[in-house]
Design a protein around this ligand. Structure first.
Ligand SMILES: C[S@@+](CC[C@H](N)C(=O)[O-])C[C@H]1O[C@@H](n2cnc3c(N)ncnc32)[C@H](O)[C@@H]1O
Length: 259
């Protein structure tokens, strides 16, 4: 018997299917490390657990380890007096963008670029919209003014920032092919502040070899950029690498240029 015949015969079929699907999702989430902070029973939850609790229901791959790593980098920059806008290329439904927004300091803005429903090289079954993205950011950060978030609904290759635009942190998680990822890395470097960090997702992920090629080529092309951290995360096949401009290399490069 096909599904529509079954639906006619059993008026409760749809309701039962919804309950079943919700239960399957709940059980999957219970064992998926992307959705669990796994605190020790005696631990008192700190502020990050609260942020994570609000993003755990949002589709995406950003997990508790990522929340901790991003928070440490962003808070350390702020403590060191490094201020500037944040950029994310590839936001999907806003799971990572909401965490970035939670670290905005006074006067800073978050720029987010995603192709949303336009066709991309890597297929996403459930593409987000700019409205859904803002909804996620706002739910996690209810006090945040809409004007502090710029959503660029376009391909990253069409992004065109003012010459003077600078970012202290860029998350590169958009197109996972070599050419687009390399473009995004070059763009990030062009607009990176001294002390800035570029975080790249899915390094050495077996399904996305283009990201690894792009990062490796980028590091050869720009010797002033080094790997600050190369981190596995629970439940993720790829690693996140955190790239930073080497202060000495940049200083000597600019003194050579200006001589
Ligand atoms: C892996 S998802 C991002 C996940 C998100 N950072 C998170 O942690 O929840 C990649 C996103 O990049 C977007 N994307 C893919 N290719 C793109 C391109 N060329 N330009 C802009 N966005 C792109 C997709 O639409 C998708 O939403």
């Amino acid at each position: 018997m096909n599904r529509s015949r079954l639906r006619e015969k059993l008026p409760l079929y749809d309701a039962a299917r919804r309950v079943y699907t919700a239960e399957v999702r709940r059980r999957r989430q219970a064992v998926d490390p992307r959705h669990n902070f796994d605190l020790h029973p005696d631990a008192t939850a700190g502020p990050l657990v609260d942020v994570f609790d609000r993003i755990r229901v949002v589709p995406g791959w950003f997990n508790p380890d990522d929340v901790a790593h991003f928070s440490l980098v962003l808070a350390t920059q702020s403590a060191a007096g490094i201020t500037g806008d944040l950029l994310e290329i590839g936001s999907y439904h806003g799971r990572s963008a909401a965490v970035l927004a939670a670290h905005l300091m006074q006067g800073e803005r978050l720029h987010v670029c995603d192709a949303f429903e336009a066709p991309v090289e890597d297929d996403y079954a459930d593409p987000a919209t700019p409205e859904a993205l803002w909804d996620t950011i706002r739910r996690v950060n209810p006090q945040l003014a809409r004007a502090r978030v710029e959503i660029h609904a376009m391909y990253s290759t069409d992004l065109d920032f003012d010459r003077d635009q600078r970012f202290r942190f860029v998350h590169v998680d958009g197109g996972h092919g070599r050419d687009v990822a390399l473009h995004d890395l070059r763009l990030a470097r062009t607009h990176l502040l001294p002390g800035g960090i570029i975080a790249v997702d899915d390094y050495e992920h077996p399904a996305w070899p283009g990201v690894t090629e792009a990062v490796d080529d980028f590091l050869v092309e720009f010797p002033d950029i080094g790997v600050a951290a190369d981190l596995n995360r629970r439940g993720a096949a790829g690693r996140k690498v955190y790239l930073a401009a080497r202060p000495c290399a940049r200083a000597s490069a600019s003194s050579t240029t200006s001589a």
